[in-house]
Design a protein around this ligand. Structure first.
Ligand code: PLP
Length: 498
């Protein structure tokens, strides 16, 4: 199949033949499925040549293969607008070697978590898509967040003409910094709602609103249409493929590997978006051997890769890595779909089972097709110990999510002796989770105030406090809306004045 024929289809079979821009605009398929490209394109330029490119140039080489109905001019405009001085380094993503592993720092954007990598470009991809498809309606972005997506999405969409954004987060389920970042968000078109429930409740609630066709009609009558900034949007996944290719190309450039050498990738995982992007990179031809999927104590994915049974019927645990406190990893559906051999019917049945019974089991054949993945998990104590160990040994401070990945990677090496060069996705700045990080390294912080802890962190780690943190130190609270899980839809109606 030639590239020009690449189109998007639902993982549940209801829709086929969509353009990339249309899939990005819609976010989620009407049948509840996720959009998938009809094939995963191969890289067209050698890794050695990619090693000579800037992040922006490389981003184009990767993304244009997926976003085939964007013109070169359109896509380059989106890339240029997204990856600019919002990032505090020209490299956009940096590789930091510590204790024998390569930490890929994905937190140099405006909200200091990896969500910025995709959410700084999504608004441009989406408004360009709206123009291309002659959309007259105002686009309403509905997003459930475990803490980082919400802020990064609002930062991206704030005051973007023709859009509004409504973010739902679990009250009490995010860090203090995450909450402050969200409730102080500026922008006439931004809305933040704390729900009385956990992240899965928020995510399920949002999916339900998307699936409510009556509500969709009411919205359309008032000139609105919904879209999603969650990692289920293909417009989030594609930009995330870029930095894995980029990391490999920098390893070549820095003389750490030769073109063609295999690497392993370890990703701290929640909704399975980030690690799926790494898998896409592998499918494009990046020499990746193993994808190590790291979970915290909510280890539903670890159990899945061990047994072939996905079972969400378990206690939801609040951990110090809240962005990974997830029991329903939405993007796993894309891997399930691929491992059925793109059998939408088989996938749909499994997802129905999950919704009805809370669990499903995949076949041995499907498990064989997922053999590139291996699961691991870290307990709270193990995570804290790893953050401290790495800091004591190298002076490098990592956040609690990266700590989970680092810990899982070290345990894997101990078990297997595998010495393959390994990239660990570093998904947040330690400043975003200063309390937990400082507690791990220096012990109980008592009732010390969050910003005082950050000042301590700054002294200990010798890394400047990012502007994202300084911004919220004295910012005014602008959002205080709360609602129950059952009233999410009516809350949206109220906000939009339906
Ligand atoms: C969102 C997030 C994760 C999990 O990423 P997924 O793509 O949902 O698997 C991990 N770490 C941090 C800091 C995050 O914000």
């Amino acid at each position: 199949m030639s590239m020009a024929n690449l189109s998007y289809q639902s993982t549940r079979g209801g829709e086929k033949g969509l353009t990339a821009s249309c899939a990005i605009l819609k976010g989620l398929a009407e049948d509840g499925g996720l959009y998938m490209p009809s094939m995963i394109p191969r890289l067209e330029i050698s890794l050695k040549d990619l090693a000579e490119m800037s992040y922006q140039e490389l981003a184009y080489e990767v993304m244009h293969l997926f976003l085939t109905d964007y013109t070169e001019e359109e896509l380059k405009y989106c890339i240029r607008s997204a990856y600019d001085s919002k990032f505090d380094t020209e490299e956009i993503a940096t590789l930091r070697e510590a204790d024998g592993a390569y930490y890929l720092e994905l937190f140099h954007g405006s909200t200091i978590a990896f969500k910025d990598m995709a959410l700084s470009i999504l608004p441009y991809l989406m408004t360009t898509a709206a123009k291309k498809n002659h959309v007259e309606n105002e686009i309403v972005i509905l997003t459930a967040t475990s803490g980082d997506t919400g802020k990064a999405a609002m930062a991206g969409f704030a005051d973007v003409p023709g859009t509004r954004i409504i973010v739902f987060y679990p009250k009490g389920g995010v860090s203090r910094v995450q909450e402050l970042q969200m409730v102080t968000q500026k922008g006439e078109n931004t809305n933040v709602v704390a729900i009385h429930g956990n992240f899965d409740d928020a995510q399920t609630g949002v999916k339900k609103i998307f699936g409510d066709q009556e509500f969709g009609k009411r919205l359309a009558e008032k000139g609105f249409q919904l879209s999603s900034a969650n990692s289920i949007n293909i417009g989030r996944l594609v930009p995330q493929v870029v930095y894995y290719v980029y990391a490999y190309s920098r390893l070549i450039k820095n003389g750490k590997i030769e073109e063609g050498d295999g690497i392993n990738i370890t990703v701290p995982t929640g909704n399975f978006g980030n690690i799926l992007a790494a898998y896409f990179a592998k499918q494009m031809g990046l020499p990746v051997k193993l994808l190590l999927c790291a979970s915290n104590e909510n280890k539903v994915l670890y159990d899945f890769f061990e047994t072939g049974v996905y079972d969400k019927k378990r206690e939801f645990i609040l951990t110090s890595s809240p962005s990974m406190d997830i029991l329903i990893s939405s993007n796993l559906e894309r891997l399930i779909y691929l491992s059925t051999g793109c059998d939408a019917e088989a996938n749909r049945k499994l997802m129905e089972q999950l919704a009805k019974t809370g669990a499903y089991q995949v076949t041995e054949e499907m498990r064989t097709r997922m053999a590139d993945f291996r699961g691991g998990y870290a307990t709270e104590a193990e995570n804290g110990a790893e953050i401290k160990r790495l800091f004591d040994k190298t002076g490098y401070m990592i956040d609690t999510h990266t700590g989970v990945a680092s810990c899982v990677y070290r345990k894997y090496v101990e078990e297997t002796g595998d010495t393959t060069p390994t990239v660990i996705a570093s998904t947040a700045s330690p400043y975003k989770f200063s309390h937990s990080v400082m507690e791990a390294v220096f012990g109980d912080q008592g009732d010390k105030e969050e910003f005082a802890i950050m000042d301590d962190l700054c002294r200990a780690a010798g890394v400047a406090i990012p502007p994202a943190v300084e911004e919220i130190r004295n910012a005014k609270i602008r959002h205080n809306r709360e609602c129950d899980v059952e009233t999410m839809e009516s809350t949206v109606a109220e906000i939009l004045g339906l």
